[in-house]
Write a new protein. Structure first.
Length: 532
């Protein structure tokens, strides 16, 4: 292993911010970029919303709706660290895409609205991180206005999520008017000076020992005393800090701040970078792959088409797992058995793409996709082979039959639907014995259907006929030599094939699934493909 490679790995931090919509993820992302010097003036969120445009918004539909539909990737440097933020869509309908993004990170920042506490979407995303053992750091946001108390929030995280929380800092002041944070490890106070800029610039602050009487004077004796009491209570009754437990996902370091005013953003960023893990090993068919293994390896976790309508291109996003990536290198695409030359790798800062010359484990690189890549594909150095662990498949819960309104547009229709399925935007099924005139589309949420309709119209010029179907469950069939036509009790169900021709049954509810299971005891009905 070369010193160069180790050094590059050690300084990388690749993470996602998980939260419920409106908790302030876009704002925090923007502020991290501001502190990293990647942007110089944070547009206040108001201005952003007015323009319907944020640094991480790419697609037209996102701008129109003001929601983030696709995950984007942002890279910047701070204090010698190379940071990769994988933005995840906040809307609950896009959880599938979010889950896949979480496969590519080494840690997650859980953003919580101080007034609302732990919300539904946060719970779901937390669960995925927990299952995967991803270390989770908590940032309690919106401290500039009234919210639950810091103790209440700690308790809520522990009770609702079942993870212990360790406050790394503690807010100083009274609810709705906090003045600073107390750093527990250094026993230091940091007071922020609100300069009235609404967080457009880096916020000035003064730092010093908690015992410095100057601070007592500024914050007042009562607040100083209350702070000392809180800290004594935390030290006595709270968890002890144990980085090993953090890295195992059992303890979440907790920070307080306001992404809008920048209060607490810098202390959070610095501490987070210090504690969060550098790129971690990934499981593969050849055992764990260590990042400092000199053989290059990566996997595709996201495919996105037509990010720039002017180019009509399709990008596959890979996460580098080991070795060094250099522009123009040849790699082996394990699933197809082909060798590919990677000539135009791209890196991202929102809409600015730049060609990169080299990249290291933890980095995300966008590759032009001639239609060869699928989610979960492995790329390795020439002459080697292995496959990274399979991506979880999320069984769709809503179904609809779609076909092109204009039958002359059949070719574009098939191309559009196929490409969006490869991107993982929706899941596509075909009715048994049916041709390509219509498809059965499966989605986790309603918004995915809307995106499908929107994108087919705007990117492929195809208007859809759209017929919602009454099914809610998909089950992959497993049986030896099964003749699908002999399945019994299927009157209320539908048999289809997935994109890889595997048989799938769609059911209206659990009851009808059980009925069919009972009538076909030799068949197993699985919530995911048998070979997934
Ligand atoms: P999201 O990406 O998680 O969905 O959230 P986003 O950053 O878009 O923020 C959602 C709302 O929360 C925005 O207000 C934003 O200004 C506000 N917000 C974010 N961070 C803070 C904070 O630290 N304190 C306070 N008080 N508010 C915060 P909005 O009303 O939806 O938009 P706008 O009226 O500000 O344009």
């Amino acid at each position: 292993m070369t010193i160069d490679l180790t050094k590059e790995i050690q300084r990388r931090r690749t993470f996602a911010i998980i939260s419920h919509p409106d908790a302030g993820k876009t704002t925090l992302t923007e502020k991290l970029l501001l502190y990293g010097g990647a942007i110089h003036l944070a547009g206040s969120v108001k201005a952003r919303k007015a323009q319907r445009h944020a640094v991480s918004d790419w697609m037209e539909i996102e701008k129109q709706r003001g929601i983030s539909v696709t995950s984007s990737v942002l890279q910047f440097d701070y204090n010698g660290y190379r940071i990769n933020i994988l933005d995840t869509p906040g809307h609950e309908d896009f959880s599938e895409d979010t889950y896949r993004t979480l496969m590519a990170v080494d840690s997650a920042v859980m953003l919580i609205d101080a007034a609302k506490g732990v919300e539904a979407q946060t719970k779901k995303l937390f669960k995925v991180c927990k299952q995967r053992g991803i270390p989770i750091f908590t940032f309690v946001n919106k401290l500039d206005r009234h919210g639950k108390s810091a103790f209440e929030l700690m308790e809520e995280i522990e009770k609702v999520l079942g993870i212990q929380a360790y406050p790394m800092n503690w807010p100083i002041g009274v609810d709705g008017n906090y003045q600073g944070v107390y750093n527990r490890q250094l026993a230091q106070i940091e007071l922020f000076q609100n300069d009235g800029s609404h967080g457009q610039w880096v916020m000035p602050s003064v730092i010093g020992s908690v015992d410095d009487p100057a601070f007592t004077e500024i914050i007042g004796k009562d607040i100083h005393q209350a702070l000392c009491d809180d800290i004594a209570l935390l030290d006595m009754a709270g968890e002890t800090f144990d980085i090993k437990r953090v890295l195992r996902g059992e303890l979440t370091p907790m920070f307080f701040g306001s992404a809008m005013t920048n209060f607490g953003v810098r202390p959070f960023l610095e501490e987070f970078l210090r504690l969060a893990p550098p790129p971690t090993p990934r499981l593969s068919t050849a055992g764990p792959v260590e990042p400092d293994n000199e053989l290059f390896s990566a996997f595709v976790f996201k495919i996105q088409a037509n990010m720039n309508p002017a180019h009509r291109d399709r990008l596959a996003f890979i996460r580098i797992c080991s070795g060094k990536f250099t522009r123009g290198m040849s790699v082996y695409h394990v699933r197809s058995g082909k060798t590919l030359k990677l000539t135009q790798p791209q890196q991202f800062l929102a809409q600015d793409r730049s060609i990169i010359e080299e990249a290291y484990p933890g980095d995300i690189v966008g590759l032009f996709d001639p239609g060869i890549f699928s989610i979960g594909d492995t790329l390795v150095a020439e002459g080697h082979t292995l496959a990274f662990e399979d991506f979880p498949v999320f069984p769709p819960e809503r179904f609809a039959r779609v076909q092109a309104k204009d039958t002359m547009k059949r070719k574009q229709f098939v191309k559009g639907v196929t490409q969006l399925a490869q991107e993982g935007a929706v899941q596509v099924f075909r009715q048994l014995d049916a041709g390509f005139e219509s498809f059965i589309i499966g989605a986790v949420g309603q918004l995915q259907f809307e995106v499908l309709q929107y994108r087919l119209k705007h990117e492929y010029g195809v208007e859809l006929m759209f017929q919602p179907l009454p099914y809610e469950l998909a089950r992959w069939l497993e049986a030896e030599d099964i003749d699908l036509k002999t399945l019994r009790g299927m009157d209320r169900s539908m048999l289809v094939r997935d994109g890889r021709e595997r048989p799938v049954a769609l059911f209206t509810n659990e009851w009808s699934l059980r009925f069919v299971e009972e009538h076909n005891p030799k068949v197993r009905f699985l919530p995911a493909p048998p070979d997934a």
